[in-house]
Design a protein around this ligand. Structure first.
Ligand SMILES: Cc1cc2nc3c(=O)[nH]c(=O)nc-3n(C[C@H](O)[C@H](O)[C@H](O)COP(=O)(O)OP(=O)(O)OC[C@H]3O[C@@H](n4cnc5c(N)ncnc54)[C@H](O)[C@@H]3O)c2cc1C
Length: 486
């Protein structure tokens, strides 16, 4: 998020002086690293939780449309940067990877059928395929059918133009380009640990070396708290009234990673299932082709788990230290009203390897236990906030909290996540640089980066098709991937 905002601001006004403070020795070692997230270019093609089904059986698609349109904004931004040589060859960070669903049982098949009917009529989802035919499914993804009992009711969808994104590689490239700018400074190995607003409206940010413990103070006209799980404690330290009442609920993640290159080569798709009853949206199981740091991988998961750390490299005291008088009520509410979720997450942590492989076999029935190993993923801090109706609420989305004068903004939450970074950061610019974004100069520059800026890709099918043609050609998403990796 910080790399995206820095890139946007540096392009809108190259004379801005930007300091990026990073707690670890390198950037993108937390949630954005390729191994720490699922790398799905979230487009609503395969994420069933973006098309919820109501009690009466009806399916709503508005969220999937919004997420798809937002990802098209990311694709435009990355395309423009590739065209301007500000990002390297797109294959270093984005790969065409079909997005599929697989569900079993008549009720789930009915849901998927209805979802497909509604989505495939919309221009954003043009070309989405549906099948209940095992032979077609075998053609799409042979691993899903290998060793499967005949007679099972199966249903699947596929969108060929899906993508796998190595957000770690992308972030490192964005920062690499920023470092060529004389007005940009990266300060690794330093944690921001205090903020104070001055009378003149500027912020004093205390920055401390993680190794020597020595500190310094930086004066800034604008501060973005893009610290992933570390953003909430910093927001609390800022003391802005807009940040009052927010709390965080951390969730850890793990993957099963395939160690057999022959199996990895046989699969080329992201296959998402349906979350089991009572499971949180971030534990929707999926079997994913990944290209991480240029290497093909096959991952299954995530297995969400209970943790009290806000960052993978965080402290066990993070959760307790975040409880303040202003968020005590929503935090307690969230605790008491989500006991089933906490129980579920603790249960996930204590699963055996055999139990984890049993979940994998619902997707890949012939999976061999000894060919998969467990790897730790990143942490997500879900948002807890005040609610007028009840004492509080737990949310699984992303939210920008900004000071009324636009001098500070923070990003909380991590879903849909890195895929939406460009839309989220344009939102920060619109709220915190209100006057400048309205000027002809900034409007022209933002339109050069995101040609659909100010228009609706949900409403305008012709514009979408023109834009897709360009971005897909530039990013290499137009090619249909073959199953095996080179
Ligand atoms: C298991 C899992 C699966 C996911 N799958 C997907 C997916 O498929 N698609 C998708 O789009 N998104 C996905 N996400 C979400 C996505 O990874 C995040 O939304 C995104 O990477 C967050 O970027 P960020 O810059 O906000 O945070 P991060 O990448 O975590 O970066 C925050 C940085 O701030 C630094 N920091 C923290 N505190 C301080 C401090 N006090 N001072 C200085 N530096 C600090 C950290 O070290 C870190 O480098 C997933 C996340 C998880 C955990």
């Amino acid at each position: 998020m910080g790399a995206t905002l820095g890139t946007l601001l540096a392009r809108l006004d190259p004379s801005l002086s930007i300091l990026l403070v990073e707690r670890l020795d390198q950037v993108a070692l937390e949630s954005s690293d390729g191994w720490n997230n699922a790398g799905t270019g979230h487009s609503g093609y395969c994420e069933l939780n973006y098309t919820p089904q109501a009690g009466d059986g009806s399916v709503t698609i508005q969220r999937a449309l919004a997420i798809n349109a937002a990802f098209e904004v990311s694709l435009q931004f990355w395309s423009a940067l590739v065209e301007q040589n500000a990002l390297p060859a797109p294959q270093t960070f984005i790969q065409p990877t079909p997005h599929q669903n697989l569900v079993w049982g008549e009720a789930n098949a009915g849901f998927l059928r209805q979802r497909h009917q509604l989505l495939s009529r919309h221009h954003l989802f043009e070309g989405m395929e549906y099948t209940e035919d095992p032979a077609v499914l075998r053609g799409w993804s042979p691993l899903l059918m290998e060793g499967r009992e005949p007679g099972q009711i199966l249903a699947a969808t596929r969108v060929r133009r899906g993508s796998d994104v190595d957000f770690g590689a992308l972030t490192r490239s964005l920062i690499g380009t920023l470092q060529q700018n004389a007005n940009f400074t990266l300060l690794p190995g330093h944690a921001a640990d205090g903020l104070k607003r001055q009378k003149n409206g500027r912020w004093l940010v205390r920055v401390k070396s993680r190794y020597s413990g020595t500190g310094r103070t930086v004066s800034a006209g604008f501060v973005f708290l893009g610290a992933g799980g570390g953003a909430l404690p910093l927001l609390q330290k800022s003391g802005i009234p807009e940040g009052k009442g927010y709390g965080g609920f951390p969730v850890s993640g793990q993957w099963l990673v395939c160690k057999n290159p022959a199996i990895i080569r046989q699969h080329r798709a992201k296959v998402y299932g349906k979350a089991s009853l009572g499971a949180p949206p971030m534990s929707v199981p999926h079997l994913d082709t990944r290209i991480i740091n240029g290497r093909p991988e096959l991952l299954f998961g995530p297995y969400a788990g209970f943790t009290t750390k806000f960052l993978k490299e965080g402290s066990w005291l993070d959760l307790i230290a975040s409880v303040k008088p202003d968020n005590l009520k929503p935090m307690l509410w969230a605790g008491f009203h989500n006991l089933d979720l906490i129980r579920y997450l603790i249960g996930e942590v204590f699963q055996s390897h055999r139990q984890r492989v049993a979940s994998l076999r619902q997707f890949f029935p012939a999976a061999a236990e000894d060919e998969w190993v467990l790897v730790t993923a990143g942490h997500r801090v879900q948002i807890i906030k005040r609610s007028a109706e009840s004492g509080g609420k737990l949310e699984f989305g992303t939210e920008i909290i900004a000071a009324a004068d636009g001098s500070l903004a923070a990003l909380l939450g991590a879903s849909p996540g890195a895929s939406m970074a460009v839309t989220a950061m344009i939102g920060v610019v619109e709220r915190c640089f209100k006057d400048r974004i309205k000027t002809g100069g900034w409007q022209g520059k933002i339109k050069a980066l995101v040609p659909s800026y100010g228009e609706s890709l949900i409403e305008d099918g012709a514009l979408l098709r023109t834009i897709r043609q360009r971005t897909h050609a530039t990013l290499g998403l137009a090619e249909t991937p073959t199953r095996s990796h080179k």
